[in-house]
Design a protein around this ligand. Structure first.
Ligand SMILES: *[C@@H]1O[C@H](CO)[C@@H](O)[C@H](O)[C@H]1NC(C)=O
Ligand SMILES: *[C@@H]1O[C@H](CO)[C@@H](O)[C@H](O)[C@H]1NC(C)=O
Ligand SMILES: *[C@@H]1O[C@H](CO)[C@@H](O)[C@H](O)[C@H]1NC(C)=O
Ligand SMILES: *[C@@H]1O[C@H](CO)[C@@H](O)[C@H](O)[C@H]1NC(C)=O
Ligand SMILES: *[C@@H]1O[C@H](CO)[C@@H](O)[C@H](O)[C@H]1NC(C)=O
Ligand SMILES: *[C@@H]1O[C@H](CO)[C@@H](O)[C@H](O)[C@H]1NC(C)=O
Ligand SMILES: *[C@@H]1O[C@H](CO)[C@@H](O)[C@H](O)[C@H]1NC(C)=O
Length: 564
């Protein structure tokens, strides 16, 4: 534990009094951020905003938005806020539904999507029961218990958000409907596309219009053409490679265009200050009620409660904390008796966090342009809680505040206990079981499809004058196939893109990926070395046209009849 070091390092005990936020408080926060949070996590650049009851206490940058070019980060620097986007989708959902069905109240969140969508959309999911019963509340609180999908987001393997949404119908059940928590990017993206269809527009326009109403004029989203990449305010993302901070290929950020609703928004500290005040003032912005206060409150109720243990099992246990459950596009948590609404954002290598302390109307937003997932003490969470205490006039020193939080920085796996009763993933059913022992290139060339991960092409690598084989998922992810010695049908993938940049944002070894052609007419895609990825079976010539538009048989009445 590095804590002893902190205590030695910080000799001065820095005191503040009362609720005044002044230059001295800001200096202490600067020290907390620069000397602890950024230093121990080797963060290149940061956007931070802190608000209280309608006032922006501070909103600025730290470090560099572009280390290479020597450009400092500031309050207008753009970061990929990742999954904090989900809270925007939730607002668009409650707002749109309230406008369309003003008499229904919050119960509208419990009306099945199938009844809300326009006739022009065929809404379905992998089983009849979910297709007919899934509500926005189920999706926004991650309780559909459908699989979060596969590797499509990191491969960038689907061409559009509408196709990503369409393919959600093939996601297999992973636990019982409404009886478990499966954090689901795929379904949140579907919610975004669906509410846009209900509103008769696009999610892009809904997001832009909403941001404009709040005066968040620099907020934008990751689009397919990547126009944001050349914005002078765009931060350059970084990762650590062999312990050296290097540029992350910004092109890889663009893959999230296919999942705007799950994590595609780019924003700034200044704009997020406005967003937090919008939440904390329950929809009121400059005297205008953008969303009614009672409708804002629909967002914050727990939809899927966790088995809350409040941190009482911790050694120190002086501060009781923990997630109470999922709210709409947000999490509801308890910290030292305070109910807090929050969401993190992680679109590698950007890592961000937004925390709203509703009773005191304090909001803290922290967003880093690298170097990847932040595990080291103090985390975003601990830094935000420390800021919360500092601006409430805590008379503790930084080291006292931090020492009360040494057990707070638990990674997300803490939520494992809340996963409910999980069923095993549906086993992959091979369409053809003919085994092959050797691979002739001509036998394996072609297009292979997967119901939710999209298509993959096996072709000759043009760079080798068409001698070696190449696997092509997308412009973001393609590579040469090289036969693994001793395994006749297994080929390793030597990526020819910057795809591996993704993995430098984790403190794990870079995984290897393989394609296996051992079963005729299939390509089995496997990732290894750390068990994050399943196997994905792609079937020759299987495309969206060959998968049934309705994945369940007409006689089906529930998930028990689900077969692929
Ligand atoms: C909806 O499904 C019907 C029957 O399968 C089909 O004819 C129609 O084209 C579908 N509509 C859309 C918008 O996909
Ligand atoms: C947007 O960013 C520009 C700098 O690129 C800045 O001049 C402007 O004030 C920002 N707008 C808002 C509303 O923060
Ligand atoms: C950062 O600066 C480098 C060097 O000037 C440049 O190549 C790169 O495009 C910049 N990144 C962004 C996001 O502007
Ligand atoms: C917020 O400010 C308003 C006046 O603008 C005041 O009435 C209210 O008590 C304040 N609330 C908090 C929690 O400070
Ligand atoms: C690999 O291929 C060789 C011939 O090319 C064959 O003799 C051998 O049995 C194959 N091995 C396996 C495990 O199928
Ligand atoms: C491909 O062919 C061209 C023209 O024949 C040659 O110049 C080049 O070196 C070849 N490349 C490879 C990778 O073999
Ligand atoms: C796949 O499609 C190609 C071209 O249409 C065809 O030659 C081949 O027989 C098909 N293979 C399978 C397994 O359907």
């Amino acid at each position: 534990m590095k804590l002893k070091f902190f205590v030695v390092l910080i000799a001065s005990s820095l005191l503040t009094e009362g609720l005044a936020f002044n230059a001295e408080t800001e200096l202490i926060i600067d020290e907390l951020i620069e000397n602890y949070f950024m230093r121990y996590n080797r963060i290149p650049g940061l956007g931070v905003s802190v608000v209280r009851n309608g006032t922006v206490l501070m909103s600025k940058g730290y470090g560099m938005k572009n280390v290479t070019a020597g450009l400092p980060s500031d309050g207008n620097t753009l970061f990929a806020i990742g999954s904090i986007t989900k809270s925007f989708v939730a607002i668009l959902v409650v707002r749109t539904l309230n406008e369309l069905y003003p008499d229904r109240g919050s119960a509208i969140l419990d009306i099945p999507l199938a009844e809300l969508i326009p006739d022009t959309v065929n809404f379905t999911l992998s089983d009849r029961y979910r297709a007919e019963h899934t509500t926005f509340r189920d999706i926004l609180t991650h309780r559909t218990c459908l699989s979060n999908g596969g590797v499509h987001l990191i491969l960038g393997s689907l061409p559009s958000a509408s196709e990503y949404a369409y393919r959600s119908r093939y996601l297999p059940e992973i636990c019982e409907f409404r009886n478990g928590f499966e954090y689901n990017n795929h379904m949140l993206s579907l919610a975004g596309e669906t509410i846009a269809a209900i509103a008769g527009t696009t999610l892009q326009d809904l997001v832009t219009d909403f941001a404009n109403e709040l005066g968040m004029e620099n907020t934008t989203y990751v689009d397919f053409d990547g126009s944001y990449e050349s914005s002078p305010d765009m931060s350059q993302p970084y990762v650590l490679r062999d312990d050296v901070l290097v540029e992350f290929d910004i092109f890889q950020i663009r893959k999230v265009h296919m999942a705007l609703g799950a994590g595609g928004i780019l924003s700034t500290a200044n704009d997020m200050a406005k967003y937090m005040n919008f939440h904390l003032n329950l929809g009121l912005v400059d005297g205008r009620q953008i969303v009614p206060a009672n409708v804002m409150n629909w967002l914050y109720t727990v939809g899927y409660p966790f088995d809350f243990r409040g941190g009482r099992t911790d050694e120190i246990g002086s501060i009781v904390y923990g997630d109470l459950g999922t709210a709409q596009g947000l999490f509801s948590t308890l910290y030292d008796g305070w109910n807090i609404i929050h969401h993190g954002g992680y679109w590698p290598p950007y890592h961000c966090d937004m925390r709203l302390f509703q009773a005191t109307r304090i909001g803290v937003f922290i967003c880093a342009n690298g170097p990847g997932v932040i595990f080291n003490f103090p985390t975003h969470e601990i830094t935000a809680y420390s800021i919360f205490e500092l601006i409430r006039g805590s008379t503790k020193s930084i080291e006292q505040i931090l020492s009360s939080k040494v057990n707070l920085g638990k990674p997300f796996v803490e939520h494992q206990f809340a996963y409910g009763h999980r069923t095993n993933r549906a086993p992959t059913v091979l369409h053809h079981k003919q085994i092959r022992t050797t691979v002739e290139p001509e036998d394996v060339l072609g297009v292979y499809g997967h119901p939710y991960d999209g298509d993959v092409t096996i072709r000759y690598d043009p760079e080798t004058n068409n001698t070696a084989l190449q696997v092509f998922f997308s412009d973001w992810a393609y590579g040469r196939l090289e036969q693994v010695p001793g395994f006749n049908t297994t080929f390793s993938i030597e990526w020819q893109t910057s795809f591996n940049d993704h993995f430098y944002s984790y403190p794990f070894p870079i995984p290897s990926f393989w394609v296996d052609f051992g079963v005729v007419d299939t390509a089995l895609f496997r990732g290894g070395e750390f068990d994050l990825y399943d196997e994905f079976e792609y079937v020759k010539n299987a495309t969206l046209d060959t998968f049934p538009p309705i994945p369940w048989p007409p006689t089906s009445c529930g998930p028990e009849t689900l077969h692929h």
